[in-house]
Ligand binder design. Structure first.
Ligand SMILES: Nc1ncnc2c1ncn2[C@@H]1O[C@H](COP(=O)(O)OP(=O)(O)OP(=O)(O)O)[C@@H](O)[C@H]1O
Ligand SMILES: [Mg+2]
Length: 315
């Protein structure tokens, strides 16, 4: 048990990342940069780098990838009390390739991963009750039925103890059928205080097109805050019936992997630090933009000083 309970707990699947060094197909790629990914792990690291005490809940294998990830969290100061190491488990990984049109392709090797075997028994109920914010994503729910049960158990435990629930749909069509995704994501929005979809998945999950309508469809499920992430167009923030557009921070992007996760972590850290949702969103668009200027998901996540320096945010 850590000396003090983390304010932010994130739960889901971490992955090793292999990012092709040059443009091209996976078949033709010969060199890869190793890194780390997994949306909820990225979020935990982003929240930590923005100053929140943070813990991660997952299962990894007792393999090299599991050890590398555990070392990463420990280096970052992310609490690993609730990381279960599974004997014989094979921690998942993914490959990123880039194509001429600026598009990325992701190839996953994660079926049967330890994190897909998360169960409600892995939810640290006491730590969830003690935390200020729990973060869950649609990927946490999509990787396996028992992991989905664990996600709901964690969210219900959080609600019962006034721990805020932050939820990112992060819809990945390869992981689950659209109808199941829709049902589970929209139910999760009912349990969440903060919902953070991107525009594409928001359209797919709600069936409406206009950003304001997508935002309203999520807000109608009851969360106090909805943040609709729109890439280079920034975010639409919905709270207390008001909608505010927060423009993106201008950068020259090279790799947008993990920008949304960084937004989620930075936003949570600042809210817990006392920012209003609008102040937190202004901070988080800068943090998210900065992650797009370097390769890979975790390496370029900025710390608080870098965000404050890049933006005109005096605090
Ligand atoms: N090209 C860009 N320039 C500036 N900011 C950007 C850019 N792309 C993304 N961002 C910032 O990052 C935020 C999140 O990005 P995006 O909308 O792509 O989320 P996402 O699709 O959830 O990302 P992820 O791939 O991590 O799931 C945006 O709302 C924006 O503030
Ligand atoms: Mg996303």
């Amino acid at each position: 048990m850590p000396a003090t309970d983390p304010a932010v707990l994130s739960m889901g699947e971490p992955l090793l990342e292999f990012n092709a060094a040059a443009e091209g197909t996976l078949e033709s790629s010969t060199a890869f940069l190793a890194g780390f990914g997994g949306d909820t792990s990225n979020m935990a690291i982003a929240a930590r780098r923005s100053g929140a005490s943070t813990g991660y809940v997952t299962r990894v294998g007792d393999d090299a990838f599991g050890r590398a990830l555990t070392d990463l969290w420990q280096r970052e100061g992310v609490d690993t009390t609730h990381v279960v190491t599974e004997p014989g488990g094979e921690t998942g990984s993914y490959f990123i390739t880039r194509h001429g049109d600026g598009q990325h392709a992701f190839t996953y090797r994660r079926a049967g991963s330890p994190a897909s075997r998360l169960t409600p028994a892995d939810v640290p109920e006491r730590a969830v009750a003690a935390a200020e914010l729990l973060h869950i994503s649609g990927i946490t729910q999509a990787v396996g039925p028992s992991a989905c049960d664990a996600a709901f158990h964690a969210m219900e435990t959080a609600r019962a103890h006034s721990t805020l629930v932050s939820y990112d749909p992060n819809h990945r069509p390869a992981l689950w059928p659209a109808a199941r995704a829709r049902a589970i994501v929209m139910r999760s929005a009912e349990l969440a205080d903060i919902v953070l979809p991107n525009l594409n998945e928001g359209r797919l999950l709600t069936g409406v097109h206009e950003p304001a309508d997508v935002l309203a469809a999520f807000a109608g499920r009851g969360p106090a805050i909805v943040v609709l992430k729109m890439g280079a167009d920034g975010v639409l923030l919905g709270e207390e019936g008001r909608t505010t557009h927060v423009p993106a921070h201008r950068v020259v992007p090279t790799d947008a992997t993990g920008a949304g996760d960084t937004f989620d972590g930075a936003f949570a850290a600042r809210l817990l630090d006392g920012d209003s949702p609008l102040e937190a969103a202004r901070y988080a668009v800068i943090a998210a933009a900065l992650t797009t200027t370097g390769h890979g998901a975790v390496g370029p996540i900025p710390n608080r000083e870098a965000v404050l320096q890049a933006g005109d945010l005096r605090r």
